[in-house]
Design a protein around this ligand. Sequence first.
Ligand code: ACM
Length: 511
Amino acid sequence: MIDDLLPRPRAVVALGGTVHWRSPLTISGPARFDDEIETFARDLEVAVDWRVTRVPRGGDLRVVEDATFGPEAYRLVVDEAATLTVGDGAGLACALTTLRQLGPASWWSVTRASAPSVEVPRARISDAPRFAWRGVHLDVARHFFDVEVVCRLIDLLAAHRLSHLHLHLNDDQGWRIALRAWPLLTEVGAWRTSTPVGHAEDGRDDGVPYGGYYREADVARLVDHARRRHVTVVPEIDLPGHAQAVLAAYPALANVAEPLSVATRWGISPHVLAPTPAALDFVTEVVGAVADLFPDSPIHIGGDECPTDEWVDAHVTAGVGDAADPRQIQGLFSARAIAAARARGREVLAWDEAMEASLDPSTVVVAWRDVGRAVAAARGGYDVVLAAQQHLYLDWANSADPGEPVAITRPPLCTTWEDVYGVAAILEELDESFGPRVRGAQAQLWTEYIADRDHLDYMAFPRLAAFAEVVWGTTGPLEEFRPRLVSHLARLDAAGVTYRPVTGGPRREDP
Ligand code: ACM
């Protein structure tokens, strides 16, 4: 429909009336857009069992290349035929996403819904994103999500014109990517013996072994799937802290002599990589190996929450550097990780704490602790992605209702979809102050309290729908957005998304 496009495009003009389409749809356009057209054809086949066939010219849909269009920009004119004018494949993917929203909700189905014919409103839409980094982060370390689930999430990101999926691939509680040179990372580090039940503060554990990891073939599938959707996957290797699963696998990299196991409780382990040549080489090698598995990706090197207690001991720090300021040891690890990524021509990102230990100025800072860190990063000359936990951590409860499922926050601390929509004002201010230094923003899905796909949906949506419009840069008054969001739910229903209700309290389990 024309009134419920989400994210709202920059300019929409209704031309009046509708165009009537049925299967097979015909489409023409330059061969360089074959992948996008094929993806659209597959979407309509899965959604409503339609065929989309290529014709040399003309057709129901006509793709036109115009080199003056910027990245991801498009014009979509639905008249007798639909003309999609774009400068690049990402622009076409965005245009086709909007076209699917102009159609019925069944065009979002994943179960071959019945739609013998559809009426698409005639319209003229001109659109481009305000921010290039429209990111979503997924922690696959605390709970593991297999390739199917991640590919489905990528589809949902693309359907909301979100651009980056940041994968948090390791933490104290698990290592999730197989690397040939370091087999124990997954043979040992991908498995823990137990997981907390309920809130970690309640102190209960399930005693059930848990684990999983991506094999090389899984990563290749994920990368290919994301490429087709024009979503950039950003692998994160989080070191030198959050390293207990690494240390369980390779105890020689630890500061302590006693054996460590993969952590079974949430929270930050005090055990970090030892400041030794061997541990520095390890960082170089694993960051390089991960970068090789994600051939076109920026690389996130982690760097958050690294306790320095184990580095204070002078005899431990004797291996490298000067122990006078243990925090600066982190900079040695960052430098190695950055060099490994840079050697492969990659851009590098790091959590904001990394700034505290001589961080290369070309690093993009992902500011998670608060908005002030984003300001500090931009003032310090870094490009920045806003990820402030108070606004953009979707592991926080959806509302202050005590009936919300267990989340990392306890009531009344929460982040509603309205709160997420309100981030537009913060981002706007940052953008005005720092211009292109502000790459965009990112919503975080940490998964201590998200164990399966349905609950991932519940925590992600509808907040990600609100977030998508924030980073696309076309938000308006909340009261204008609310009915659009409610209407959008029909698409999420069609896509089988188990979102949290937009109004009223949390979804309650049947008694
Ligand atoms: C973080 O939440 N530790 C980045």
